[in-house]
Write a protein that binds this ligand. Structure first.
Ligand SMILES: NC(=O)C1=CN([C@@H]2O[C@H](COP(=O)(O)OP(=O)(O)OC[C@H]3O[C@@H](n4cnc5c(N)ncnc54)[C@H](O)[C@@H]3O)[C@@H](O)[C@H]2O)C=CC1
Ligand SMILES: O=C([O-])CC(=O)C(=O)O
Length: 364
């Protein structure tokens, strides 16, 4: 009998401790003024995009002006000294939101507990090369880094693959990190989306805040399909379709598409280096919208795991129009697809199917 009473008393004490502990934590969450830092991994951090993106992240461009960050920077041994130089500059910039920098050539140390992984590291395309020319070098990198992320990153880590061939690198990463949910692995086509917006803005002399809902379908390659059929412009007399305002179907169906598809190559030709500034900015846009949400009525383009929407083979990483809410993306459904679009969407899907088998042959 006495034993039962002692047990009851012990249980009451334990429950009271648990209750007060929860209460203190709850009150603390209101009292503390600063959020916990988010750990952001940037691979290839000593490279061009790395150098452009780390100050953006440290300034709050990616996660917001109230979100402290700890940067994890990874590069390979030959770039170790340059990587250390980037770390020194980050310290010298005294960014208020930057709570720490881990600069390393050890992939395990780099991936430890990261919440967001921006995978930029890889072998870049040079002038005259197609993105698939860099395939074999990059798929083996992504196979190895998948394992490190799977074992050491935070369980809910969101992954953005930037390095080319971006869709197929993301697919390789997904295949070799089976415990990371497929919804958490994406690739960057936001740069192409922003390029399409840029072309429309130039043509209409409009402001970026007035044009929305262009779409990039498919591969981040010269077969991608930039689609303006659902895009609108806010004018003084209400919302209008981009196609109506441009009033030049020939331009929209030919030069516009080719310019967006070939923009990466044009920048490489001009700079002799890839489009680091705009890629870094687009990667920040991609993560910001994924984490913080897309504005109501607006979608963006993201390379995501196909669930068969719009007749695209399930299991490819394909760029779709998506909306984001509470850290989750969803493919925009029900858009009308005309015959012209259908052909282009299938052509870029077919290239991804070919890339997938090429990637697997490189891995054997
Ligand atoms: N998806 C997109 O919209 C875009 C993709 N890209 C791609 O992004 C990638 C990076 O471009 P850049 O920064 O201009 O190239 P970069 O050559 O300046 O930098 C690449 C960095 O990756 C490092 N690296 C190589 N192997 C690595 C490994 N195993 N682990 C970690 N780091 C490694 C290199 O040492 C180098 O510092 C390229 O693949 C490029 O084609 C570039 C622009 C746009
Ligand atoms: O073309 C490249 O290699 C770089 C790239 O992906 C782009 O600028 O879109």
């Amino acid at each position: 009998m006495e034993n039962v009473e002692w047990l009851q008393k012990g249980l009451v004490v334990l429950l009271s401790i648990a209750f007060f502990w929860k209460l203190i934590r709850y009150m603390w969450s209101f009292l503390k003024t600063e959020k916990d830092p988010v750990r952001v991994l940037v691979t290839g951090a000593a490279g061009q995009i790395g150098y452009a993106i780390v100050p953006m992240i440290a300034r709050g461009v990616m996660l917001g002006l109230d979100q402290p960050v700890i940067l994890h920077l990874l590069d390979i041994e030959p770039a170790a000294e340059a990587l250390n130089g980037v770390k020194m500059e980050l310290i010298d910039a005294a960014f208020p939101l930057l709570k720490g920098v881990v600069a390393t050539t050890d992939v395990v140390e780099a991936c430890k507990d990261v919440n967001i992984a921006i995978m930029v590291g890889g072998f870049p395309r040079k002038e005259g090369m197609e993105r698939k020319d860099v395939m074999s070098k990059n798929v083996s990198i992504y196979k190895a880094q998948a394992a490190a992320l799977e074992q050491h990153a935070a369980a809910d880590c969101k992954v953005l693959v930037v390095a080319n061939p971006a869709n197929t690198n993301a697919l390789v990463l997904k295949e070799f990190a089976p415990s990371i949910p497929e919804k958490n692995i994406t690739c960057l086509t936001r740069l192409d989306h922003n390029r399409a917006l840029g072309q429309i803005l130039e043509r209409l002399n409009a402001h970026v805040s007035d044009v929305k809902n262009v779409i990039i379908w498919g591969n981040h390659s010269s077969t991608q399909y930039p689609d303006v059929n659902h895009a609108t412009v806010t004018t003084s007399s209400g919302g209008k379709l981009v196609r109506e305002l441009v009033a030049d179907d020939n331009w929209l169906n030919t030069d516009f598409i080719a310019t967006v598809q070939q923009r990466g190559a044009a920048i490489i030709k001009a700079r002799k280096l890839s489009s680091a500034l705009s890629a870094a900015s687009a990667a920040c846009d991609h993560i910001r919208d994924w984490v913080l949400g897309t504005p109501k009525g607006t979608w963006v383009s993201m390379g995501v795991y196909s669930d068969g929407s719009y007749g695209i083979q399930p299991g490819l990483i394909y760029s779709f129009p998506v909306t984001c809410e509470k850290g989750q993306w969803s493919i925009v459904q029900g858009l009308k697809i005309d015959e012209f679009s259908r052909k282009k969407m299938d052509a870029t899907a077919n290239e991804l199917i070919e890339e997938k088998s090429l990637a697997y042959s490189c891995l054997n």
